[in-house]
Design a binder for this molecule. Structure first.
Ligand SMILES: C[S@@+](CC[C@H](N)C(=O)[O-])C[C@H]1O[C@@H](n2cnc3c(N)ncnc32)[C@H](O)[C@@H]1O
Length: 232
């Protein structure tokens, strides 16, 4: 068992169930024009386009992923509905037209942003008034006890190093979203039972020792955020 075409750690046992879940939670509707920011090899985008009458612009930093995604899109016959390009979602206004999208989705990609405020500002500009932003990602847990906090920070530093991440703080992300002008629709922990087998196998196969030989700890919360660009 591996990630298949959906490069996400927080997942139920079935990848199809995960993509169906994401499609529902992000509120995708027929007719939507969608930005898939940090699209991987477009597994989720392909699922969305196969199940809703939507058009999608997808962007990833990786040229390898762009080429894999294009092959998969061609195989699925979705070239007219999904366009994928290489680009940095920290510079969205240089890549796409303003007020262009009904939805922007960040599926375990926001946590890669070194400059999250510019990501959110860019997403805001690109959304149409009334358009929505959906983020599914992990956020750093917080511990009051200084010893536990230090251990948590060590694990997060290791995770960041191994996976090229900037594990976000939920509190700071919410402040940035408000500062950007987004209106909160809802924030919730993920609503499915986690199956960690893919994630655990991946770490084992690659010899990643995230806990530096110590017992594993829970270092993150899996959260979904849904925000809206106001109409006026
Ligand atoms: C964990 S993968 C998730 C991929 C995809 N959303 C999925 O669910 O299969 C993170 C993705 O974010 C992309 N990414 C990271 N930083 C990025 C950036 N600054 N601009 C665009 N894409 C980025 C990576 O290339 C990768 O495709």
């Amino acid at each position: 068992m591996d990630f298949e075409d959906t490069l996400q750690a927080a997942r139920p046992t079935s990848r199809i169930d995960l993509n169906r879940y994401l499609m529902e939670r992000s509120g995708l509707r027929d007719g939507d024009h969608i930005l898939d920011a940090g699209c991987g090899i477009c597994g989720p985008s392909i699922h969305f386009a196969q199940n809703r009458n939507v058009t999608i612009e997808a962007v990833t930093l990786s040229s390898y992923q762009v080429s894999e995604a294009r092959n998969a899109i061609r195989k699925a016959g979705l070239q007219k509905r999904i366009n994928v390009q290489q680009g940095d979602f920290q510079h969205l206004p240089s890549l796409f037209k303003k007020s262009n999208f009904d939805r922007a989705v960040f599926l375990e990609s926001f946590s890669h942003a070194g400059v999250p405020l510019s990501v959110l500002t860019g997403a805001f500009e690109l959304l149409k008034p009334g358009g929505t932003l959906y983020i599914k990602d992990f956020f750093a847990k917080v511990r009051a006890d200084p010893k536990e906090h230090a251990r948590l920070q060590d694990v997060i530093a290791k995770v960041n190093e191994v996976f090229f991440l900037h594990t976000p703080s939920l509190q700071e992300t919410v402040l940035m979203l408000e500062q950007t002008g987004f209106q909160r629709q809802w924030i919730q922990p993920i609503q499915f039972e986690l199956d960690n087998s893919v994630w655990n196998k991946f770490n084992k196969t690659h010899g990643f020792d995230l806990y530096s030989g110590q017992p594993a700890i829970e270092w993150c919360d899996w959260i979904e955020l849904n925000y809206r660009k106001p109409i006026n």
